[in-house]
Structures are given as C-alpha cells and as structure tokens.
Design a protein. Sequence first.
Length: 373
Amino acid sequence: MINQQRIIDNFITMVEIASVSGKEGKIRDYLLGEFTGRGLQVLEDQTGDMLNGESGNLLVKIPGILEAETILFAAHMDTVEPGEGIEASLADGVIISKGNTILGSDDKAAIAAMIEAVDVLRENKIPHGPLELLITVCEEQGLKGSKHFDFTRLDSVMAYVLDAGGDPGTIITQSPCQNEIEYKVYGKPAHAGMNPERGINAIQAAAMALARMPCGRIDQDTTCNLGIIEGGTARNIVADYCHIKGEARSLTRPRLDEITELLKDTFIDEVQKQGARAEVDVKFLYSEVKLSPGDRVVKTAVRAMESIGLIPSLESTGGGSDASIIHGGGIPCVNLGIGMNNVHTCAEYIKVEDLVKDARIVLSIIREVTKED
Ligand SMILES: [Zn+2]
C-alpha cells in the first residue's frame, strides 16, 4: 500500500528545503501546500513571532471516518547546521547528503512518514479515528517550539513523537527531567602582585566549591554536569567574577530536586567559606517521561510494531525531546525510533526500508487505536 517512490521523492524534496532552526519559512510553506492540497485544515500558531522565527508550529487536524479517540503524531521541521544547500542522493537503498551538510532525516523522515500515511489512508479508504499532526519549530534549540505550543488546542488522548534514534521498533518510554543550573561567584579585585591580600579570588573560590560537588553519573537514573566555566579579566588581577554553567537530569522529579539542592547548597557554602559571594540560578527545562509497559500508549505501540513484524524494544534515554514537552503537557507520549543515523553530522543517513517502515508504523498505530475503541 505504501508507495515507496512517492515517500522517497517527498523526503528528498523536503530535506533539500533548508530549515535551520528559526528559518523554517520555506518548509512551512511547502507543508501548508501539502496538507491544504489534500483538503486538510492546518493551523499555524504564534510561536514564530514569539521566538523571532520565520514560522510557528503547524497543527493539522484530520477528521475521523470512525468514532474513536483522537491520537497525535508529532515531529519537528527544523534542523541543525550545516543545513543550507543540502543535496540528497540515493544509492544502494541508502539516502545520504553530499557530505558537506547534514541530511535532515532528523526529523523530515518523520514528516515524510506522516504524509505518506495520510495518502495511504485516503487512497485505500481505510477507516480511522480522528488524528492530529503537530509539526514543531526550533526543536533543536532546546525544544522551544513545543514549549510555546498551547496543548489545550489538542483533543488527543495519547501521542507519538517520531524523533528518536534507533531502528524502527524502538519505543522510548523513559527520559529524564532536566534543570539548567548557573553558578556565579562574586569576589573582590586587587593587583595580583602588589596587594593580592586585598582581593578575594572568585576563580579559586569556584574551584574549591566545584571540587566538593558531585559530577557525572550519580546513580542509574541521575546525572549532572559542569559544562562551561568563564571568569576573570586579566592575568595580573585577582579575579572578581567567575561563572559556571551546568545541568542535572533524573528520571524522577524528586531525585532531580534533591540533587539540585545538594549542588546549590554545596556551592554556596564552599564559596562563602572562601569569603566570596555565590548566586545559583536554576531553570527547569522539561519534565520526565516515565511510562511502564502496561500504559496504554506503550501497549498500543507494542501491538502496532508486532502486527507489522517489527520487534518492539522499550528503551530509556538520557535526553529530552518534544515527547518530554507533550507528556509534560498532559498527553501520555512516547518517542519512536525512526532509523535515522549519525544525526547532527555530515555523515547522517537513512535507509529507504526504514523510511517505509516509519510510514507503516504510523498506519499500524492508527489501525490499533481503531481496533481498541
Ligand atoms: Zn530530532
């Protein structure tokens, strides 16, 4: 039922339309044409204006032929750099870029699969319930697009994001919540040679504090990191300022709060012992996803995979995605592996067979939901 040549052509057309985060105007126009050309209603939200980008998030509502609960499929239309001037080619069943850019299968393979599924439903008059397709912007810039989306616009009872690495069949059921943590130290400047005793060295105070703080893997569910350190003004001045950017992640919110408090308290205590002043800013980035095999959104995905001969694999990841935001927004959501490889590099590729499997997965989930109701 899936038209392999059509999905390849659509995929290649889309990846060759540059859509680096914030510059999604052209791909938005293409997608508007694709969906409205199929007689579907597309809503663009105000996120583009809020983020100073070219496009908002797109929401496509597809009415059901049958009465069933609404389900959501989601993907993002933006890419990382280098994403201008992409030329895709197909050889031996694999689609790659010319090697000087990314390919953009992250995440246009997902969009191609969604559009192909829509075509197959219509051509074959397959009975289905109501569907919602959400195509976000600025995902690669810290999930900004989905964070600005108003989830009260949705009717869906569960959601599938198609944006995970791993073979088709991969179902990400667990991902962490995350805090961004910025540590600042205020010391006192002085001439380093003439009167260092008058100064308070912010860099040294930070160093003493950081040495007492946990870093790396804390336990099976929890990690933290110190990623950037900057400070001081000159070699011969006692440094009066230093700041550090770090993060903490955990699969459970209480554990995230606990580790964040520990990091914050240790930092402030140790800096104060050095006579300097500390400030710690914590920003909550996104919620955890912690689903079990018994949850409906997972069970439906497992059955959908099995019914098309894929081996479902329930997995946990250390990263966030639009699934974190959608799940946090109250719609149970898993992230599905779509077979994209080496993403965010110029060696990115996807196999045609995986592109086709992605479309089959979307169709199979739709069928399973229809059976359930
Ligand atoms: Zn992605």
